[in-house]
Structure formats: structure tokens, C-alpha cells
Ligand binder design. Structure first.
Ligand code: C2O
Ligand code: CU
Ligand code: CU
Length: 465
């Protein structure tokens, strides 16, 4: 059952190299001779059914002619990925949430040159941490993600924790009309506020899919919100379920699967014990003003396997360094509105031509080769408290590349003691988080509402020896 979605590394390798060989000429073959673990093409796809009964033109995907593949590898092991750009425009791939070597972080100009159409780039993807992550472009990000380029990435624990099945959930909307064709990806008026919501909600590129699992089996739901804009409150209804990890990090105490608040970029792992009766249902819902919207249904089939959640081993903690709060230096970041626009920026990675937002009073100029100053320079190995101050009347999921941080406190609410790479900063909120600056390099730091990211709410933090 999980084989329907849980693509094994072997299947993926075979699948994508076939695509690569069929579609490509000598340049790519030469790279392949040096033996990557996998080839990941970025390409246009057309004719897939997103809105039932229609065929969408001009989508973008990774891998084969379908939704982006789920990438999987083991904690601590390296996956060598040759990204082949067949898109007809420049791109780069970023591995969201991974504490990766800066050279492979996939941010144009900051960590690498954009990968031009017809070129390929070899990424060495490796993670000290296990958990649910995702991957997406960081070039012409709004359009490329809107057209489909968001995929789930799984780093498996070194020791199996005992699930029978694993179901990655790529949760996102598309902005489409009733005929399944893309409409404007955003509206400037909304980009200056909360952002432009999608119109068609999908899981794994399907509207309200139904999956079957053996009754009484243990399923790991890996929710990844890869949407560009939507902050949602999710619930798993039916069976016996617990949230066991948020943003790839195990929860000290598993939580009931209600009120799971997830912003763009965030993830949740849910341990689910399927109902014991054949035909019984479990749903994944998202709260809306008019009630609960069913995003997905799971049906229990056959005789009960009789498994119980207590049979699972607890998820091992990831090896994050512990900040020294006594001696930590405080660094402040002010998230603000920037009403005025400068001259239009020319960038091959795309700009929207507006600036609405800023960090520390500076609006990001877009992805350009020119020198842009870091927002902060941190000393490698030192502990820091980052103070996020939101002066705007909107919520922003604040995301840092390359390092994770611990939530300390907020002026508005009690924060759970989570370790994360993406924290939802509410309007008017000041939040303090802590980290050890242990990963050298230039690390992008931005709001993950892509319209905000692309209209100023971006910068970077430098960690140097
Ligand atoms: Cu999903 Cu710059 O990040
Ligand atoms: Cu990221
Ligand atoms: Cu934002």
C-alpha cells in the first residue's frame, strides 16, 4: 500500500534515469558517468488531472511525468543528486530544513550560480538529522513553486521505529480556474497583506484522495505544507493518532492530532493506528470559516493487523547543539512594512517588481549577483538569541537555512520548547529563539509566504570562523 507513494530509492533511480536517458543528449550523460545516486530532472509537464475532469497545461515538476517524487535517504548518509534543468529557464534546488553544507544549499548567488536551462548541478545532500523535510526551487520561486515544483524529502532514522507503512503528504494548493488552468499567481494588493491563497487544495497533487491501508496497521503520516501562502489548522479524525514530531523534531510528549497549526514550510509527523474494522475511515481535515474541509480519506481494509501505537519506539532526538543561554549574544531582527519601491531590479531568477516588506528596514533587492550585506554576522561556534520583532499586521513564517533554532519565549503566548527551521511569527509578536552558529556560510533568512519573500522579506545571515 505504501508502495503507491513511498517510492523506494531503487525505484526512483531506475525511474528517473530512464527519463534522463530518453530525453537528453551528451552533456548530461557525461555527468552521469561519474555516477550520481540519482538524476533529478526539472521539467515542464502538461495534461495531468488536478481539477477532476480537466487537464492542466504548463505545470512544472521534478522527475517523471507526474507529481514530484518523494526523495528518501538515511540520516548521516550522502545522496548525490544530479539536478538536470530542462525547464527552459534558470533554476536551483533548495533542501528545506536540512542542516546541509552551504555549497549545496541551493540559493542563487549566495551559495551557487543559477543552473541555466540545459545545465546540470551536482548536489551532495546529507543530513545529521532524521525527519520530514521538503525541496523546492529558489529561483523564480513564486512561479516555479506555483506551477508545481515542491516535493517531499524524507530522512530516515538510523534505526527503524516500527511503522508498517509510511505516507508522505505533499499538502498544497494551486491557483486554478474551474477548467484546471493557472490563473494569476498572486495579486499585488494581497502580496502587501496576508498573501494570495490558492483555489484548489490538494494532497500529492490530488483533490481529496482516498488511500487504503490494512485495518489495525501503524501508519506514519508525514505532513509537509509546501503551499506558497496558506496557514492552516489541521486535524486527523478517526483511528488512534498522535502528533510525534513537528518540523522534523520529535515532540517530548506526543500530542492529540487536533489543532495542528502549520504554516508554509512547516511539517508534522503523525503516528496513526488504523481502525480495526474493514471499511472504517480516517480523515485529514483543515479548518475553514465554514467548517472542516476534508483533504484526504484513509480506508481500513481487511482483517485487523491488531497493532497498537505503544508498540512504536519513540523517535530518537536529533543531534542539535545546545545553546549556552547564559553567554548568548542577542541579535535583533525587525520585520516591517516598506511602502516605497526603488527602481525595478533585473534578475534572471525573477522579481515581482514590488517591495512591500523589509528586515531591519532593508527590503531585499531580489536575487542578483551584486554584493548585498548580511543582516548579521555570527561567529562560528558561538550561541545567539535571535529576537524576531514583527511590526506588521500580518503573520510571517520565518525560515532560516542551514541551522535550526529553539523557541524560547514570546510576548504574546506560551511557546512549546520546539526545535525548528520555520517559526510562525504572529502579527505584532516578538519572539526569542536560540541557536549555536555551528554551520559556516551565508544562510538565507526569509518569510516563507513566497509573495512576502519575493517583495522584500528576505535577507541572509553569515556564519564565519
Ligand atoms: Cu523553503 Cu529559502 O526556503
Ligand atoms: Cu529552506
Ligand atoms: Cu510573510
Amino acid at each position: 500500500m505504501s508502495g503507491r507513494l513511498g517510492i523506494s530509492r531503487r525505484e526512483l533511480l531506475v525511474g528517473s534515469s530512464c527519463v534522463g536517458l530518453a530525453a537528453l543528449g551528451g552533456g548530461f550523460a557525461a555527468t552521469r558517468a561519474a555516477a550520481a545516486d540519482m538524476v533529478l530532472p526539472i521539467r515542464k509537464v502538461s495534461g495531468l488531472e488536478i481539477v477532476p475532469g480537466t487537464q492542466t497545461l504548463d505545470m512544472m515538476s521534478f522527475g517523471d511525468n507526474g507529481a514530484p517524487p518523494v526523495l528518501r535517504f538515511k540520516q548521516g548518509e550522502e545522496l548525490v543528486v544530479d539536478v538536470e534543468n530542462q525547464l527552459g529557464e534558470a533554476s536551483v534546488v533548495h533542501w528545506h530544513g536540512l542542516r546541509i553544507d552551504n555549497r549545496y544549499d541551493g540559493v542563487p548567488y549566495l551559495t551557487q550560480e543559477p543552473v541555466e536551462d540545459g545545465q546540470s548541478f551536482r548536489y551532495r545532500v546529507k543530513s545529521p538529522d532524521a525527519g520530514t523535510y521538503w525541496y523546492h526551487p529558489h529561483c523564480n520561486t513564486l512561479e516555479q513553486m506555483a506551477r508545481g515544483l515542491t516535493g517531499v524529502l524524507i530522512v530516515e532514522e538510523q534505526e527503524d521505529v516500527g511503522f508498517d507503512h509510511d505516507l508522505p503528504l505533499n499538502i498544497r494548493d494551486f491557483r486554478m480556474d474551474g477548467k484546471g488552468q493557472f490563473i494569476d499567481f498572486y495579486k499585488p494588493r494581497l502580496a502587501a497583506r496576508g498573501g494570495t491563497l490558492g483555489t484548489v487544495s490538494t494532497i500529492n497533487w490530488q483533490v481529496a484522495p482516498v488511500y487504503e491501508f490494512p485495518a489495525g496497521s501503524l501508519v506514519r503520516l508525514r505532513m509537509a505544507v509546501t503551499d506558497l501562502t496558506r496557514v492552516g489548522t489541521y486535524a486527523v479524525n478517526g483511528g488512534v493518532a498522535r502528533v510525534i514530531a513537528l518540523d522534523s523534531n520529535p515532540l517530548p510528549v506526543p500530542q492529540p492530532p487536533e489543532d495542528i497549526l502549520l504554516a508554509p514550510g512547516q511539517r508534522a509527523d503523525v503516528a496513526l493506528q488504523m481502525p480495526d474494522q474493514d471499511g472504517e475511515l480516517v480523515t485529514l481535515t483543515r479548518r475553514t470559516p465554514s467548517g472542516q474541509k476534508v483533504l484526504m480519506t484513509l480506508r481500513a481494509v481487511g482483517q485487523s493487523a491488531g497493532r497498537k501505537l505503544v508498540e512504536l519506539k519513540p523517535l530518537p532526538l536529533n543531534p542539535h547543539p545546545v545553546p549556552d543561554l547564559e553567554n548568548a549574544e542577542v541579535v535583533e531582527f525587525l520585520f516591517g512594512w516598506t511602502p516605497e519601491s526603488g527602481p525595478p531590479i533585473v534578475s534572471i531568477c525573477g522579481t515581482l517588481g514590488y517591495t512591500f516588506w523589509s528586515i531591519n528596514r532593508v527590503a531585499w533587492e531580489g536575487d542578483t549577483p551584486g554584493p548585498v550585506e548580511p543582516l548579521a554576522v555570527l561567529r562560528q561556534g558561538k550561541s545567539y538569541i535571535l529576537r524576531f520583532k514583527n511590526e506588521t499586521p500580518n503573520d510571517h513564517p520565518i525560515h532560516l537555512h542551514g541551522m535550526s533554532f529553539r523557541l524560547l519565549r514570546s510576548n504574546k503566548r506560551k511557546l512549546p520548547p520546539l526545535i525548528t527551521d520555520t517559526a510562525l511569527l504572529r502579527k505584532g509578536e516578538t519572539m526569542e529563539v536560540a541557536l549555536v552558529a555551528d554551520n559556516p556560510g551565508n544562510w538565507a533568512f526569509h518569510c516563507h509566504v513566497i509573495e512576502h519573500q519575493k517583495t522584500g522579506l528576505t535577507g541572509y545571515i553569515r556564519v564565519e570562523a
